[in-house]
Design a protein around this ligand. Structure first.
Ligand code: MG
Length: 400
């Protein structure tokens, strides 16, 4: 699993570089004020359920583990929405927010992280910079929470109809995530007096005598509460994701054999492609293109040719690994385009089978997969039929 230090190599070496963090995303409310009948965490923004945005952002930032706390009656729905994210734990919540957070903390107890971040699922536009800022501020306090200074003039309505102005100096609006050392928060919850439930986690730490630091928040992290909030969220959704492109190139030499593997399809013949694995240059180029799009090095970094376990390995293993890394980064593959450059074998008769094989391996519709072929008209090593060259491009959408 990634850690923050591998994502931000420019950060100075300090304690936070090696701290692990896990996240509890609280989606256990009924969200009735947001209208529409569907709880707001399951309503779609930017063609995606609201709760999914935060889960993907935590995956992208390298969380050790992520727990999503949902209403007990929505377990089945949540498992369906997140069925592709096998590393996500989904647990039923309780009547109060604090009960749901406790359920999340218990779910993490078996493999406790250094830091836990508690986050409202109704704040979808979480970014890696928010998470990094909280981790940095935790060096100076028992807790760090995202918060915004109050900009509006505040009024208090009196029972008799009079209005008084409340000084706003020093007043901040608390957002989430709220970050704490895991053990500190568990201990503070255990010590909570219990006359009424806490409205956030920071107050639990404050009551236990801990210091909570205010980390500059972000207006885009607004909590979706009322129907009109969803119009604003739709407008923000476009800038919360980025499209990335990667390219991959691979070549293998021909030798005597009984056929070649290309794009996951075996084409019978009198030659094979020579390599440590099954030498499927098509799959290797696509794998490198996907790894390139998410900045995860190349196929040799993940499957060293010096490692005996990959000898003769079917290359779909490499491709599936790259696709899994995309998912773990909260990303989504958009399309793949590969060109096979050779005089023989003729690719066209096998093209549709290759597209269908790739579509199944990558869980994409066939029209998102392109397989093309060309020759070099007898020129160069592909023209002399010494070897085959493959080039691929992949595009991926990830959290910004
Ligand atoms: Mg290769």
């Amino acid at each position: 699993m990634l850690c923050l230090s591998s994502l931000d190599k420019t950060a100075p070496k300090d304690q936070t570089d090696t701290m692990t963090f896990s996240a509890i995303v609280v989606a256990a409310g009924s969200g009735s004020r947001a209208g529409s009948g569907t709880p707001k965490q399951w309503r779609e923004v930017g063609a995606k359920p609201v709760a999914r945005w935060s889960v993907e952002a935590f995956f992208a930032a390298g969380a050790k583990s992520i727990v999503l706390v949902v209403p007990p009656g929505d377990m089945h729905l949540a498992e369906e929405i997140f069925r592709d994210l096998k590393d996500l734990a989904i647990v039923p919540g309780g009547a109060e927010r604090a009960d749901s957070v406790s359920a999340g903390l218990s779910a993490l107890a078996g493999d406790a992280p250094d830091v836990v971040m508690i986050h409202d699922a109704a704040r979808p536009f979480l970014k890696m910079v928010h998470i990094q800022a909280l981790l940095a501020d935790l060096k100076h306090a028992e807790g760090a929470i995202l918060a915004l200074p109050v900009a509006d003039t505040l009024k208090r309505a009196q029972a008799d109809g009079a209005v008084i102005t409340v000084p706003r100096d020093g007043l901040w609006r608390a957002q989430t995530p709220q970050a704490f050392r895991y053990k500190t928060l568990v201990d503070a919850y255990a010590a909570w007096p219990g006359d009424s439930p806490p409205t956030d986690e920071a107050v639990v730490i404050e009551t236990a005598g801990g210091r909570v630091r205010l980390t500059p928040g972000d207006p885009a992290l607004m909590k979706l509460t009322y129907p009109e909030d969803f119009y604003m969220a739709e407008a923000l959704a476009g800038s919360a994701r980025v499209t990335r492109v990667g390219q991959g190139v691979d070549a293998h030499r021909f030798g005597p054999g009984d056929g070649v593997w290309l794009c996951g399809v075996k084409i019978a013949g009198e030659r094979t492609l020579i390599g440590h694995s099954d030498a499927d240059a098509g799959l290797h180029a696509i794998t490198d293109a996907i790894l390139g799009a998410i900045g995860e090095g190349d196929i040799g970094d993940h499957f060293p040719p010096t490692d005996a376990q990959w000898k003769g390995a079917p290359s779909h293993l490499f491709l599936s690994h790259a696709a899994e890394l995309v998912r773990r980064k909260g990303g989504k593959l958009i399309n793949v385009d590969v060109t096979l450059i050779c005089e023989r074998p003729k690719i066209k008769p096998h093209r549709q089978a290759m597209r269908e094989t790739l579509a199944a391996l990558l869980d994409l519709p066939v029209d998102r997969i392109s397989v093309k072929a060309t020759t070099t008209e007898g020129m160069g090593y592909t023209g002399r039929e010494e070897g085959l060259l493959a080039q691929a491009i992949a595009s991926v959408e990830t959290p910004a």
